[in-house]
Unconditional design. Structure first.
Length: 213
């Protein structure tokens, strides 16, 4: 098979320690316009300390399905909800980011230095619907699996997460009744939030245990 990328197999590329050390799936691919280099990341972190250097060949060996985005033009980004989900492609620019994510979502991710992974309107999230009239509103994001976004949303204070009755619901339906959660839904897997619209309380934090599923 011919080599599919515009950079040679031994050219350096960027990934994250989570991909290499914890077998996180590669859900985000960036083809940079300045030097035509590539990044193959899990979408859970933007921290410089979490970055690792691998070869292009190593990236393709980790996930052969990356060949599907080998034709990604320089200056473009591709992402997917899960390994078997279709790729979404956008121009890698502030303008395209603003079009694919709301300004509030971008602001939340930047403020907390969180990884960004958009949640598509038709994405499936787990919702404890009977609790959404309660406060605070809670959300956590596990790694995405085929057909789901990894999000679980519920209302109220609970010490027994397993006792909640979650049902799979399309995101756009959830936002009709709980629009206040929308700014937080670009947080990458591994992130949680707790908000109380009654008094403006907001907690957003990273919880590595969410990957132990």
């Amino acid at each position: 098979m011919d080599w599919p990328f515009d950079q040679s197999a031994n050219t350096a590329a960027i990934t994250t320690r989570f991909v290499l050390e914890n077998n996180f799936p590669i859900l985000s691919v960036i083809h940079y316009s300045d030097d035509h280099s590539w990044a193959f990341t899990c979408g859970t972190t933007n921290a410089e300390a979490d970055g690792r250097v691998i070869s292009m060949a190593e990236a393709l060996a980790i996930d052969p399905s990356l060949g599907a985005v080998a034709d990604l033009p320089p200056g473009w980004t591709a992402w997917r909800e899960a390994v078997h989900s279709p790729w979404t492609r956008t121009v890698n620019s502030e303008e395209s980011l603003a079009n694919s994510l709301s300004p509030q979502q971008v602001e939340i991710c930047l403020r907390y230095q969180a990884g960004i992974l958009s949640t598509l309107p038709k994405a499936i999230i787990g919702v404890a619907a009977e609790s959404l009239a309660l406060f605070p509103l809670n959300g956590l994001r596990h790694p995405a699996t085929q057909g789901t976004s990894g999000w679980y949303i519920w209302g109220g204070v609970t010490e027994n997460f397993e006792a909640l009755n979650f049902a799979p619901i399309c995101l756009d339906h959830v936002l009709e009744s709980s629009p206040k959660i929308a700014p937080y839904l670009a947080l990458a897997p591994g992130w949680r939030f707790l908000i109380d619209p009654r008094n403006g309380h907001e907690d957003v934090w990273y919880d590595e245990s969410l990957f132990n599923v």
